[in-house]
Each structure stands twice: as structure tokens, then as C-alpha cells.
Design a protein around this ligand. Structure first.
Ligand code: SAM
Ligand code: DTB
Ligand code: SF4
Length: 328
């Protein structure tokens, strides 16, 4: 497979021009880039677990876990190590290659970080890749996670710099960039993307992708979430994103960041097989697998197995290293 040159100087006009292509031309370009860099029928499969749920001091307008929104979500303290290991083993048995642990924190305390580090080491011992998303990190905390062998840190930019303040007021866009820099400097792989359907304008989507693509290094993983509307959150009634505009965003992300995994992330329960097929055609090559995201539902594992079968897709795991029940 040949590879495509990586750029970090995309202009907004260039990105808007990609969005403005006819749908077929955009998807053809995205498919071409995808095929030059990846096996087009292979999908990386991660499983999520919420290790600490709810009561978050941040006010992200989309999130079920903010203490400021009345969403009826039950709060749960940090899970125990054996509970986490059991969930990771179950995910591995289903064919997942990466285990992503999320905590509803503004930032971890050093004491809670000790406990998360034990979890990371135990999940690594199962032979899985590890990812955590714990909120803001200092340079020192990032270095500790790196020493523990953490593979990925998830920290989304979510939307454009210009629209950010209308979604979250308790931290700034630059706070997000600072954490991404700490993670990168510590040598951990970066997972960073955003959410569509927050009421943003098409320009905000282009600006989000511009921000991600013009980081000094592209995030290795770029999750594109469709808002899962949660009753009680300020963005529950936000305008939905048009499904073809969502597919276009996947395609533009693929073109801007040719060697990154683009994850078709939250929102799949609302998407039909046809829309997901278009997203894979546009260059998405990663999903969350398993019935639960953090606090909301994801498609049943069975349904995803059928989807992979229908599309002739296979998971990144070696067929011999996963159980008979694994994703094909
Ligand atoms: N508290 C940490 C943080 O915000 O960085 C980690 C957990 S947070 C739930 C991880 C990401 O999930 C958010 O950045 C956001 O992009 C995504 N997310 C949260 N709620 C969502 C929703 N209702 N629909 C789609 N994506 C959502
Ligand atoms: C990401 O971009 N999406 C995931 C993961 N990274 C942490 C989270 C999706 C959360 C969807 C809403 C919920 O289940 O609470
Ligand atoms: Fe807290 Fe993360 Fe939810 Fe924001 S997205 S409220 S930081 S858990």
C-alpha cells in the first residue's frame, strides 16, 4: 500500500471546497485516500466502559453526566479493579482489541490516577490495547500514564473554537489543546475528535476538522460522534445533523488525516445499515463495539456482526486470537 503525504496546513477554504464537492466525487476521493493507507475492509474495534459515572462538575451541554443537568442518571463511584478486568475480558472475548475506560471527571486527582494506572496495567496484561478518557491532564500526570504503558488518551475538541463557548462554559478550547499537547509530549497516542448535531453550522464542522488536521501531529484516532440526545441536557432539542452531511464529515476527515483511524463513534443506534455503510465507504475504519457506550446504548453486538457480514468487513484482530463469537 502506498501512503499519502501528510499535511498540517489546511486552510478553511480548502476544507470547505471538499465539503462542497458533489457527494460522489467526495466519496471517491475519500475512498482513494483510504485504500492508499489502509485495508479498506478492516475495522478497528474498541469497547467502552464508564469506570466512574455522573456527578461531573463540568457543564458540557450534551452530556448526561454533568452534575448541572437533571438527567436522572445514577451516580457511581470509581469501579473496583476486578469489575474492570471482568468487563475487559468480556470485551476481548467478543473480539474487541482496545478497551477504553471513561471517567466523569474535570481532571483526575493523583490518588484516583493511581487506581486507574492499576486498571491500565491489568487490561494490558489481558493483551488488549488501552485507552482512557479522564478529563484534563497535567504534564506530570501524562508522564505517569505513559510510564504505565497507556496506549491512547481520548480528549475531544468536540466542536469549533468559535462555537465551543456555547456548548461548554467551565473550560476553554485552549484547555483542551493544552491537555492534548501534554499527552503527545508524554508519548501517548492521541484520540481526539468531535460531535455533530450540537446546533453547529457547517463552518464549525470544517473548523473542527481544520483544528485536528493542523495539530503538529494528526491524532492517531479521530472519533466522529453524532449527538445522542439525552433528556434533561441543554442540547436535547438541538437541530439534528443531516445524515449525508455526517457522511461528508467522515469523508473530509479521511482526506485531511489519511493515516488516522476515523471512528464512527456515538449515534450508531439511530443510523441504519445503509448510513453506516456509507460512513465505511467514506473512510471510517473504527467503531465502538458492545451494547453500551458510557451511559447510553450502542447497537447490540449481534447486530454489528450481521452488519460486518453484510458488508464483508472484518475486525482488526487476527481471527485466531479471538473467540468463535467474535466479530467476523
Ligand atoms: N470527562 C471526560 C472528558 O469530557 O474529556 C471524558 C468522558 S466524556 C463523556 C468523552 C466524550 O464523549 C466527550 O468529549 C464527548 O465528545 C462524547 N460525548 C459525551 N456525551 C455525548 C453524547 N450525548 N453524544 C455524543 N457524544 C457524547
Ligand atoms: C468518544 O469520542 N465517544 C465516546 C468516547 N469517545 C469516550 C463517548 C460517547 C459517549 C456517548 C454518550 C454516553 O454514552 O454517555
Ligand atoms: Fe464531564 Fe466529560 Fe461529560 Fe463534560 S463530557 S460533563 S467533562 S463527563
Amino acid at each position: 500500500m502506498s501512503t499519502t503525504a501528510l499535511r498540517h496546513d489546511w486552510t478553511l477554504a480548502e476544507i470547505q471546497a471538499l465539503y462542497g464537492l458533489s457527494f460522489n466525487d467526495l466519496l471517491f476521493q475519500a475512498q482513494t485516500v483510504h485504500r492508499a493507507n489502509f485495508d479498506p475492509n478492516e475495522v478497528q474495534v474498541s469497547t467502552l466502559l464508564s469506570i466512574k459515572t455522573g456527578a461531573c462538575p463540568e457543564d458540557c451541554g450534551y452530556c448526561s453526566q454533568s452534575a448541572r443537568h437533571q438527567t436522572g442518571l445514577e451516580r457511581e463511584k470509581l469501579m473496583s479493579l476486578p469489575e474492570v478486568v471482568a468487563a475487559a475480558q468480556a470485551a476481548k472475548d467478543q473480539g474487541s482489541t482496545r478497551f477504553c475506560m471513561g471517567a466523569a471527571w474535570r481532571n483526575p486527582t493523583d490518588k484516583s490516577l493511581d487506581k486507574v494506572i492499576d486498571m491500565i496495567q491489568a487490561v494490558r496484561d489481558l493483551g488488549m490495547e488501552t485507552c482512557v478518557t479522564l478529563g484534563m491532564l497535567s504534564a506530570e500526570q501524562s508522564a505517569r500514564l505513559s510510564e504505565a504503558g497507556l496506549d491512547y488518551y481520548n480528549h475531544n475538541l468536540d466542536t469549533s473554537r468559535e462555537f465551543y463557548g456555547q456548548v461548554i462554559s467551565t473550560r476553554t478550547f485552549d484547555d483542551r489543546l493544552d491537555t492534548l499537547q501534554h499527552v503527545r509530549d508524554a508519548g501517548i497516542k492521541v484520540c481526539s475528535g468531535g460531535i455533530l448535531g450540537l446546533g453547529e453550522q457547517p463552518r464549525d464542522r470544517a473548523r473542527l476538522l481544520q483544528e485536528l488536521a493542523n495539530l503538529p501531529e494528526h491524532p492517531e484516532s479521530v472519533p466522529i460522534n453524532q449527538l445522542v440526545p439525552v433528556a434533561g441536557t441543554p442540547l436535547y432539542d438541538a437541530d439534528q445533523v443531516d445524515s449525508l452531511d455526517f457522511v461528508r464529515t467522515i469523508a473530509v476527515a479521511r482526506i485531511l488525516m489519511p493515516q488516522s483511524y476515523v471512528r464512527l463513534s456515538a449515534g450508531r443506534t439511530e443510523m441504519g445499515d445503509e448510513m453506516q455503510a456509507l460512513c465505511f465507504m467514506a473512510g471510517a475504519n473504527s467503531i465502538f463495539y458492545g451494547e453500551r457506550l458510557l451511559t447510553t446504548d450502542n447497537p447490540e453486538a449481534d447486530q454489528d456482526r450481521q452488519l460486518f457480514d453484510r458488508l464483508g468487513l472484518h475486525s482488526q484482530a487476527e481471527p485466531t486470537s479471538v473467540s468463535a463469537a467474535a466479530v467476523t
